[in-house]
Design a protein around this ligand. Structure first.
Ligand code: ZN
Ligand code: ZN
Length: 328
């Protein structure tokens, strides 16, 4: 079977022909029909994630089918020990032994993948394979960040890519007011944010028209954390949703004063996945995807890096990514 592999940190992915993966205890074989391209994959290709093993097949937003025909989603969290304090207290996302799909375990930039069935997620029927793929990380991590903003009415989203375009719709449906921050002068991106339900959209260097209750930083730029801190009111919080970020510049304590806080969201739990898929099933989320054939994974990553995408990039096995008839 074919896979796009990262041989070592740095450089491009290479098309490789690999033996068919064989499921072992508790695993299932999944025929991949779509796999989302996440910013984490860029960090992995660039060698910014020190825990990853190489060579590896990236990809952790996998939608595919089991031999029985059942559709499943394979997310980032691929396995946990089940025994440590974190695992036993509902925080398996922090398990030190956790194995992540497309990082420690071969992922979905391939025709087939094996996955531990206990970590697979159901996919709401209303979404096609390609539309569903970004739900598995962009959607899920966005949702975990959002859950940290409980009680916040005015929410800022810094970096308006795959995660923010889904979360803006979820938050809006929930009655929140969304402020979208994009790269400077990204008029197209700002128009897209407004179309996704944002109340206001502007440059990330701009102040929002009103103080925010909370901000979520999706873009991997440490300077945005300081900008977001300036934009939130007393008692507000800034949640960092990415796995890697450039250094956060130093800032005066007065920005943090007033019980503002900065925190990160790391990975996801299965409970997050189940909850978010239930929410996605009740909402008609419009998932903007640009599809690429598997062999063009490098082009998809380059477009993501350059900010050329509206929504999410998805690698597709062409034959099986049609939307179910009558649904969008
Ligand atoms: Zn991801
Ligand atoms: Zn554990």
């Amino acid at each position: 079977m074919n896979a796009m592999r990262a041989a070592a940190p740095g450089g491009l992915l290479q098309l490789a022909e690999l033996p068919m993966p064989e499921p072992t205890g508790g695993q299932v074989l999944v025929k991949v029909s779509a796999c989302g391209v996440c910013r984490t994959d860029l960090h992995l290709v660039d060698g910014e994630l020190t825990a990853c093993r190489y060579p590896v097949t990236p990809g952790h937003e996998i939608v595919g089918r089991l031999e029985s025909g059942r559709r499943v989603g394979v997310p980032w969290l691929g396995w946990t020990c089940g025994e440590c304090d974190y695992c036993r207290s509902g925080r398996e996302n922090l398990c030190a032994e956790a194995r992540f799909t497309g990082c420690h375990l071969d992922g979905g930039y391939a025709e087939y993948v094996v996955a531990d069935e206990r970590y697979c997620l159901p996919i709401p029927e209303r979404y096609s394979d390609a539309q569903a793929a970004p739900l598995l990380c962009a959607g899920l991590i966005g949702y975990r960040c959002y859950a940290r903003c409980e009680g916040a009415q005015a929410i800022g989203l810094y970096g308006f890519g795959a995660a923010a375009h889904i979360l803006a719709q979820v938050a809006r449906a929930d009655g929140r007011t969304v402020f979208a921050f994009t790269r400077e002068k990204d008029i197209e991106g700002q128009r897209f944010a407004l179309a996704c339900g944002a109340h206001w959209a502007g440059d990330s260097t701009q102040a929002p028209p009103e103080p925010l209750d909370a901000a979520i930083v999706f873009a991997p730029l440490g300077s945005l954390v300081v900008g977001a801190l300036k934009a939130v009111k007393k008692g507000g919080r800034v949640v960092c949703g990415g796995i890697h970020m450039s250094d956060i510049p130093s800032f005066p304590y007065s920005l943090l004063w007033g019980e503002r806080r900065i925190e990160s969201v790391a990975n996801l739990t299965r409970a997050d996945g189940e909850r978010f898929m239930q929410i996605a099933a009740t909402l008609a989320l419009r998932i903007a995807v640009t599809e690429y054939p598997l062999e063009e994974a490098n082009r998809a990553l380059a477009d993501l890096r350059a900010g050329r995408l509206e929504g999410a990039a998805v690698l597709s096995a062409v034959a099986s990514s049609r939307p179910p008839s009558g649904r969008a």
